[in-house]
Design a protein around this ligand. Structure first.
Ligand SMILES: [Zn+2]
Length: 432
């Protein structure tokens, strides 16, 4: 299941309104969340600690859902709250939770996670989704907090807070099998493979491709081969598409959920028609990640790939600078190091089988397809359809297979490094 594009945009709109200091979006527009809002909410929440009890009123916002006062909650639990627009940081039991004002996400242990509602401000007061005390605190800090649905009370229990280093350690994921695969990987890794474009969006026209073949065909062919290669290496694969169909550019990243280790988007580069005289000179492959060090080439690619938005029809007004800003906030630098390392390894492995130039790893601030991924994410431009030699490579079944194999090898190397680095015996996205 994936959130609707309308939901994404409603969330973005809400985020923009939140930035401007409004508590709720107009028209009661309600985003299509991953989690449903509760059908009934208590009027009060009781917060019980060894120091006493507090009763906090529940505010029902027509758009953001049931919420409680952030200041009231941290007072009752001896925590802290700090607003640094667009974020609100709540510290409880020496753990930090960051809420994006007006957007249904929060960040814990550097990981963005979905919410049913969202945090908002009314004048100087911050309101947090009720879900924070009914579900999130009792789950992620279960040693410390218990929620009683029948009495509508949150109880502080357990030992005093541990020192930050211990408290901040990631929880080992449940249900992972011990033992390693023949390639040294722990089982349980998940990679999302995104075949660029599709359906009414052909991608670039593929000047030197056989007639009737566009970028969207090549990306899907290589993506399906990559799926097989990853599966053979013991990695679970989630595909954004397996047929010739259009997936919204902002929906693609959302296929890479908390369990997903890496988002890999496959594309074919092309020079614009007015650069045609340079066709013969420009060839090769590069991998793009989200980052601040924009280059001219990365800007060109971002413009070209973001252009797919025009096939989605219902959103031109919302693809301006404001949306870009929010998107950047969601992804920028969160996984820069991991994304950069995965991209380097892809460049290195693909370099062993590609006949074109290794153009390296590039950063872009505004590559829409990557901006919404909540995990490390890379976009591989596998060659230029505007270069005859690259075009031959991209359309040859044998070379497509070699590309898929090399990318899969790079993914395994990346995951092995990632496992060694996190060194907590866990596979999957939870090991951060
Ligand atoms: Zn593309």
């Amino acid at each position: 299941m994936r959130p609707s594009r309308a939901g994404v945009y409603a969330g973005m709109t809400a985020a923009l309104l939140g930035l401007m200091g409004n508590a709720a979006p107009a028209n009661g527009v309600r985003p299509g969340h991953a989690l449903a809002l509760p059908t009934s909410a208590p009027q009060f929440v009781t917060v019980a600690t060894a120091r006493g009890e507090s009763r906090l009123p529940v505010t029902l916002d027509s758009a953001a859902g049931p919420a409680i006062s952030g200041e009231g909650l941290v007072r009752a639990l001896s925590g802290g709250v700090l607003t640094d627009v667009p974020w609100v940081e709540v510290t409880l039991a020496r753990q930090s939770f960051r809420f994006l004002l007006g957007a249904p996400v929060f960040s814990f242990n550097d990981r963005l996670q979905p919410l049913a509602g969202w945090a908002f401000r009314v004048r100087d007061s911050v309101f947090l989704p009720l879900q924070f005390v009914t579900e999130i605190l009792p789950e992620v800090l279960s040693e410390r907090y218990q929620w009683n649905q029948a009495t509508g009370s949150l109880r502080e229990i357990g030992p005093p807070p541990a020192p930050p280093e211990v408290a901040a350690a990631p929880r080992p994921p449940a249900g992972k099998q011990p033992g390693r695969l023949p390639n040294g990987l722990l089982p349980g890794h998940v990679v999302t493979v995104d075949a660029g474009h599709g359906g009414i969006d052909p991608g670039n026209p593929g000047v030197y491709f056989p007639r009737g073949m566009n970028e969207k065909h090549i990306t899907l062919q290589v993506a399906l081969l990559l799926r097989n290669e990853l599966k053979e290496r013991g990695i679970k694969v989630v595909m954004t598409r397996t047929t010739d169909t259009l997936i919204g550019i902002l929906d693609r990243g959302r296929y890479c959920t908390d369990e997903c280790d890496l988002f890999v988007s496959l594309h074919v580069d092309a020079l614009p028609a007015n650069a045609r005289r340079r066709y013969g000179d420009i060839d090769g492959f590069h991998t793009i990640i989200i980052g601040e060090q924009n280059t001219e080439d990365a800007d060109r690619i971002a413009r070209m790939e973001n252009d797919a938005l025009r096939y989605e029809g219902d959103n031109p007004a919302e693809s301006g600078d404001g949306l870009d800003f929010i998107l950047r906030n969601l992804q920028l630098n969160e996984y820069l190091r991991e994304s950069a390392r995965a991209a380097e390894l892809v460049q290195s492995e693909v370099g062993k089988v590609h006949t074109g130039t290794n153009r390296g790893v590039k950063q872009s601030r505004v590559l829409a397809v990557l901006n919404t991924a909540r995990r490390p994410a890379i976009l591989v431009e596998m060659g230029f359809s505007t270069n005859p030699r690259d075009a031959r490579l991209l359309t040859s079944r044998k070379s497509q297979q070699a590309l898929a194999t090399s990318i899969a090898d790079a993914v395994v190397e990346y995951l092995l490094e990632y496992e060694r680095k996190t060194n907590d015996g866990s596979a999957g996205g939870k090991g951060r």
